[in-house]
Design a protein around this ligand. Sequence first.
Ligand SMILES: Nc1nc2c(c(=O)[nH]1)N[C@H]1C(S)=C(S)[C@@H](COP(=O)(O)OP(=O)(O)OC[C@H]3O[C@@H](n4cnc5c(N)ncnc54)[C@H](O)[C@@H]3O)O[C@H]1N2
Ligand code: MOO
Length: 396
Amino acid sequence: MITFKEALNRVLEHPLDLGNELVPLMQSNGRYLAEPIYADRDFPPFNRVTKDGIAINFDGAIGTGEKLQVEGVASAGMKQLSLVDDKNCIEVMTGAVLPKNTDTVIMYEHLTIDEGFAVINKEVTKGQNVHYKGSDESQGTQVLSKGTLITPSEIGVMASVGKPKVLVKKVPKVCSIATGNELVDIHVSPEPHQIRKSNSVTMLSSLSNLGITGSSLHLLDDKESIEKGLSSALKENDVLLLSGGVSKGKFDFIPEVMEYLGVEKIFHRVAQRPGKPFWFGVHKESKTVIFSFPGNPVSTYANYHLYFLPWLYKSWDIKTEERSAKLMVDLEIRPPLTRFIQVKSKWNTNCLEVTPIVENGSGDLTSLSRADGFICLEPREEVYKTGELVRFVNIR
Ligand SMILES: Nc1nc2c(c(=O)[nH]1)N[C@H]1C(S)=C(S)[C@@H](COP(=O)(O)OP(=O)(O)OC[C@H]3O[C@@H](n4cnc5c(N)ncnc54)[C@H](O)[C@@H]3O)O[C@H]1N2
Ligand code: MOO
């Protein structure tokens, strides 16, 4: 049996080149950028008025003690106006182009305007209330880098620089496969010996967080239907995510049928808990990568985060950072298994603190809804002490 570290390295040795695709900007939310984005003009593109009020020529107008005659009104969307007399002013609205021959804006709250003349009631600083051309970004600057996760903020930036379509990393075609005679659909009233499918649904909804619309399949515990189902799933998908049928039981046929179908086994069984009977393989002919997770719900979900997600980010060539958190209890993790323990997390003055949740083993389906993530603890002789920083894998 190989270690968790070795298993993960082997998984990461088999990334897929998924390629890129052009998608409409409004469909790019949640995807990863496959091109850098540049400012197509200065931002802001002109000296922009930031308060409703008047624009003046500071040197010409301040200190005269006179009333300033209003020459006109400039609103957002109007072409640039020009102040004719340095001692006068132009009324300006937020978002307007600062008129030529003016350099300073005074907001209405600091003015009295009466019969076409403005009187300033507060001290003025030259240049105030102007958002200068190119002060955010100058034309040609890279504003978003390749590999950035697109959220509504990035969509706004891309709209500003005129990108109606955007090149993103292509998502893989994924099939989430449930195995087992005991499983029935969600809407079915189960017989006492049956249970409703949850793993495949959990994985499908996790995939949807990544912009992946996966398909699903249910295989019964007989070699023929597994063979039939898997052979078409291999042809149609880049990735298969299976749950169940990989341990030592008399009906755990997945590894055997995989190998019969020409899938190369990279490894089976890892020195970890939960998730020990994990089977991983690649089908060279169809270039499909197969993650066959143990069926217990916590094992499936832990392995999805521990192996599939890092594999996907590697395939997308996206760097991810490991997170750490402060352990709030002592834990003894003796060799030989790496342990993944479900925890609740809480921020406390810039530090994420984690406490194991109460759970009832890897078959305890509801425990997942009480946990925020897993901590990863390598086996060792010394006890993990309260206050120690440990690796944290977020599942929220
Ligand atoms: N003799 C041994 N027995 C077992 C071992 C072992 O090493 N030697 N490993 C245990 C461990 S650890 C795990 S984990 C399980 C994994 O077994 P399988 O991958 O073969 O999974 P199944 O037996 O098919 O199912 C296990 C359990 O999970 C439930 N399940 C399966 N699929 C779903 C689903 N889609 N939704 C909800 N629940 C699901 C299933 O009904 C079983 O209760 O093996 C141990 N045994
Ligand atoms: O290692 Mo199995 O995954 O308990 O639960």
